[in-house]
Design a protein around this ligand. Sequence first.
Ligand SMILES: NC(=O)c1ccc[n+]([C@@H]2O[C@H](COP(=O)([O-])OP(=O)(O)OC[C@H]3O[C@@H](n4cnc5c(N)ncnc54)[C@H](O)[C@@H]3O)[C@@H](O)[C@H]2O)c1
Length: 258
Amino acid sequence: MSKSIIVTGAGSGIGESIARKAGVAGYKVGVLDVNTDAAEQVANSLPNGVALHASTTDPDQVEQALDKFGETPDALVNNAGIVRFGPLIDLSFDDWRSVIEVNLTGVFICSQVVARRMRTTGGGSIVNMTSIAGIQPNVNGGSYGSAKAGLHLLTRQMSVEWGEYGIRVNSVAPGFIDGGMSAPIFKDAEIRSTREERVPSGRLGTVDDIAHAVLFLCSEEGSYINGNQLVVDGSVTNSLMASFPRPKSVDSVGAGES
Ligand SMILES: NC(=O)c1ccc[n+]([C@@H]2O[C@H](COP(=O)([O-])OP(=O)(O)OC[C@H]3O[C@@H](n4cnc5c(N)ncnc54)[C@H](O)[C@@H]3O)[C@@H](O)[C@H]2O)c1
């Protein structure tokens, strides 16, 4: 049976990888991006890609993109996102608002537009791109973490409200990813090696690591997974206590006792 998927922000980075892997897996792929050239370039290189020009924050543009796609997709990946770093004490309201607008409100808009259509076709799968920055506060991260934490709650709420329509809603929270919007961070060799060392799995993540997780959640194999956040971070969010070692003498207390 043919499958279809729309990926927002698919003109580059993680979204592009999701679109490419979905294309290889036989999906008809809607490559939705505010950057028209990028959307067309990716869509034209896929076996069955459709470039969809829209901003996820504009309901009319999203409706038109869905009309152009020509069918209700089996899956929607809300991947489009932006970041504006800066200390909260100096952050401009514009920077605060633009990140909330794209990373949280834009996901609500796309999800509502698609869910209304999925309701009439028997359901589907929605995957939202969160971040480990929505789990641990990110110093000088502006409103990014608040938007992603809010998106995690929105994911859970949508899963509860839309389960009866056959719609599953989950999220994927990437960790340190060597690509997309983080590419400039990892061009700094010292930052790169410091971060690599702190990841229990011993490496940075790739855009493909994230794409695999997303497509699993979209697939039939994930059909009973609903309302979850899949953290794909090599366990870095679990490693806080590893930064606070105990003295060796205390580390071995209790050894040898029966
Ligand atoms: N790269 C990372 O390290 C990382 C880590 C955690 C989470 N994420 C999340 O993954 C997602 C993808 O990030 P990326 O690293 O691939 O970034 P990216 O900047 O490479 O790609 C984002 C894409 O979204 C598009 N876009 C931005 N605003 C849009 C809008 N309003 N409407 C439509 N398209 C829009 C951009 O044109 C771009 O093509 C984001 O939600 C980001 O927050 C990324």
